[in-house]
Write a protein that binds this ligand. Structure first.
Ligand SMILES: Cc1ncc(COP(=O)(O)O)c(C=O)c1O
Length: 376
């Protein structure tokens, strides 16, 4: 099996913990444990958690809390996983055979397209393009791409890296395209809840009998270190996915499961989402002011969610090369558009505390390249 390099994650794995300014976090600055739990709650965990194999598809209490986030979801619709990355993997492992076609909405986090290729599928793409209302999916291309061999249509909504959210009409058109050939719809919704407006965007859950939802606590809830995610779908699909999960990680971490339950208590949940919106709102204003000062250098469609912004630059340099220069010359890590399937852009994680310092340097380097030429 040939597994293509997962470019964005490789870059993070190599550099994220070694650079001065890491602007790759796609959620807002993750929570410290002390921000999530009180001493009393921690004491209770200390006294009561046994470090055993917990219920492998999800403890009933956590399953119930996750079901409460959706309309009409039941425990048998749900498999809890180690992060949404594992949920994506387990879903694709069960769906795709060599020769199948997978259609992916780009730009995107390229885990699912990479897995699809590794399993022998033919991956085609349709794009989000800058349009009158922001980033708009090219639905005409999607309609021409679906065939009887289309096994999965994959998208991430709200979208990483653009921070855009599909409108209802686009969601419906995508469901119709999938239904026209009986394809599965795999919707990665790990950013749902991070909307800057404070009103969550609609889920694909319940939109189609072949919709599979992936989500978790890493992004909107800013708890990536817990490694808690989930896959939701029809009971028979989830039962089969649980069987595959026996081969991957068996179960999750007993402490994380308890912390996740605390994070999803309604009051705590609103508090976390509010904190993240406040940080994101403040930092987005800084980012926007910096790029708007250079309209001939940057193009920018403001994100609708906290954490990620996809900024276009008007320079004759490939995004991976540009990011490498920032890394080598300024010890700043951002992610090239290349790693999401769209060159000419960079993704800036704007939720970091260190955004103001790093932003000044990013603008300085790019403005320098603009005046002196990219080889300067
Ligand atoms: C769209 C998307 N899905 C899944 C993941 C993996 O997240 P985790 O496994 O931490 O939930 C990421 C991480 O960046 C992502 O952007």
């Amino acid at each position: 099996m040939k597994v293509p390099a997962f470019q964005s994650e490789r870059l993070l794995s190599l550099w994220q913990n070694h650079v001065e300014y890491d602007l790759t976090e796609t959620g807002v600055e993750p929570l410290y444990l002390r921000e999530l739990v009180t001493r009393a709650e921690l004491d209770e965990i200390y006294e009561s958690v046994q470090l055993r194999y917990i219920q492998t598809d999800g403890t009933p209490a956590l399953k119930e809390a996750v079901c409460g986030l959706y309309t009409g979801m039941r425990p048998e619709n749900l498999l809890l996983t180690n992060g949404s990355a594992e949920a994506n993997f387990i879903a694709m492992w069960g769906l795709v055979e060599p020769g199948d076609e997978v259609i992916a909405l780009l730009p995107n986090y390229l885990q699912v397209p990479g897995i699809a290729r590794a399993f022998g599928a033919d991956v085609k793409s349709f794009y989000l393009r800058p349009g009158a209302t922001g980033w708009e999916p090219d639905l005409d291309t999607l309609r021409t791409l679906v065939t009887k061999r289309t096994r999965v249509i994959y998208l991430c909504n709200p979208n990483n890296p653009t921070g855009s959210v599909l409108d209802f009409r686009a969601m419906q058109a995508i469901v119709e395209a999938a239904a026209s050939v009986g394809a599965w719809l795999l919707a990665d919704e790990v950013y749902l809840g991070a909307e800057l407006s404070g009103s969550p965007s609609p889920s694909f859950w319940g939109s189609y009998e072949r919709a599979l939802i992936v989500s978790g606590l890493s992004k909107a809830y800013t708890l990536p270190g817990l490694r808690v995610g989930w896959l939701a779908g029809p009971p028979e699909v989830i039962a089969a996915a649980w069987g595959r999960h026996d081969y991957t990680t068996i179960t999750r971490n007993a402490i994380s499961e308890r912390l996740a339950l605390i994070a999803l208590q309604p009051e705590k949940r609103s508090q976390i989402l509010r904190r993240n919106r406040e940080i994101a709102g403040r930092n987005l204003a800084l980012l926007e002011a910096a790029v708007r000062k250079h309209p001939d250098l940057f193009s920018f469609i403001p994100p609708k969610i906290g954490g990620v912004a996809f900024v276009g630059y008007n320079l004759p340099i490939n995004s991976t090369k540009l990011v490498t220069r920032l890394l080598e010359e300024r010890s700043i890590l951002i992610v090239p558009g290349d790693a999401f399937g769209l060159d000419g852009y960079v993704r800036i994680g704007y939720g970091s505390k260190r955004l103001p310092e790093a932003l000044g340097q990013i603008v300085e380097l790019l403005a320098g390249l603009q005046t002196k030429g990219v080889h300067a």
